[in-house]
Write a protein of this length. Structure first.
Length: 364
């Protein structure tokens, strides 16, 4: 996703665009004389960028230090590559024992379980072993020598016995999680969104309410720019999805996250395309016509998780659940031609589906 000016988005002769705005926009903007600052770096295996308005001459070093500390906390608590993260400590917890979690991990787990329940397990924060088996987690990568992908029949045989999010038991008062035995947590589909929310909350606490936060393509915008405009961003499009309008969104107290079946996939030895998005119910990569889902939400953490869940659900069940849940979601569907199983047959035909909550944001 990228930021842009709405004038450029709607100028004559430009490509067709769909413009989305919230129903209400706070008229308050940056103070007279404030200037735009930009900070950026790398964390969580990706890039991050923050833009904000503040007083001229502001010492930005403490702001940057606070942002980096927030990101470092997320990595330390939720990374599968950090030995002492809450996730790895839980994986090492003996069967039948309780583990106390940090406040941040507890918050993310609560959001993850909400989406897991509402989606019927299409989002599963305990899918770490599955992710690792398909070469996308903290183990042997699919592009490393010697990697062998799992045989789906074997996964099917284990499905009835496999542990899942439904096997988690929590103690709310003490923030403790019970280990039923060899169960592992995976927050890769939600942690970036949480990081965005955390950085936004930090900027608000610093008295910097007019800001745009981006971590690995997930965004949250608050307040306005100096010219009175909200933060305009362009939603990520599916590569080669010809004929679809570009969608631009006013991020004003809103977040947006996108999940796509085209990201970081690979073609296996049999010529089958394997998406990095896994269906925890089937124990295998998604293989249907839904190519991308973007979710607009007040919480980037929930937008991140819902984008993954709706993508897993597919082109029929995904839009149906978004309507039921009142989610503002944009679905890009690949109707014919290439699929993950047959990547070189014919030309694809594309269409978009907007949930009712998203259609309510469209500016005519």
């Amino acid at each position: 996703m990228q930021s842009l000016n709405v004038k450029a988005a709607t100028q004559a002769g430009a490509s067709p665009r769909c413009v989305l705005m919230p129903r209400e926009i706070d008229p308050a903007g940056p103070m007279l004389g404030e200037v735009l600052y930009q900070l950026q770096g790398r964390s969580m295996g990706t890039s991050w960028c923050v833009k904000f308005y503040g007083p001229r001459g502001l010492d930005i070093q403490p702001v940057q230090a606070g942002l980096e500390a927030g990101l470092a906390e997320v990595v330390a608590r939720m990374s599968p590559w950090e030995t002492e993260s809450d996730l790895n400590r839980f994986a090492r917890t003996p069967s039948g024992a309780w583990l106390s979690l940090s406040q941040s991990t507890w918050e993310v787990l609560g959001h993850a379980l909400h989406v897991a329940r509402a989606s019927g397990g299409a989002f599963d924060p305990t899918a770490a072993a599955l992710v690792r088996a398909w070469g996308f987690g903290a183990g042997k990568r699919h592009d490393e020598p010697g990697f062998v992908e799992p045989e789906e029949p074997a996964w099917g045989e284990r499905l009835g016995q496999a542990l899942s999010w439904q096997d988690l038991t929590l103690r709310e008062a003490s923030r403790e999680l019970w280990q039923p035995g060899d169960l592992e947590l995976d927050f890769c589909g939600i942690a970036k969104g949480y990081a965005v929310d955390r950085l936004s909350a930090y900027l608000l606490a610093c008295g910097l309410p007019h800001h745009l936060v981006e971590v690995g393509g997930e965004l949250r915008g608050c307040g306005r720019k100096l010219d009175g405009q909200p933060w305009w961003v362009q939603l990520e499009g599916v590569p080669d999805s010809w004929g679809l309008p570009e969608t631009v969104l006013a991020l004003h107290g809103l977040s947006v996250a996108t999940s796509g079946d085209y990201r970081r996939g690979y073609v296996d030895a049999q010529g089958q395309r394997r998406s990095h998005t896994l269906d925890p119910r089937r124990r295998a990569p998604v293989a249907h016509g839904l190519a991308s889902v973007s979710v607009v939400h007040s919480s980037c953490c929930l937008a991140d998780a819902w984008a993954t869940a709706l993508l897993v659900l597919g082109p029929q069940a995904g839009p149906a659940l978004a309507t039921q849940q009142g989610l503002a979601a944009l679905f890009v569907i690949r109707e014919e031609g290439p699929s993950w199983e047959q990547p070189h047959h014919g030309e694809p035909h594309w269409r978009e589906v907007q949930s009712p909550a998203l259609r309510a944001m469209v500016c005519d």
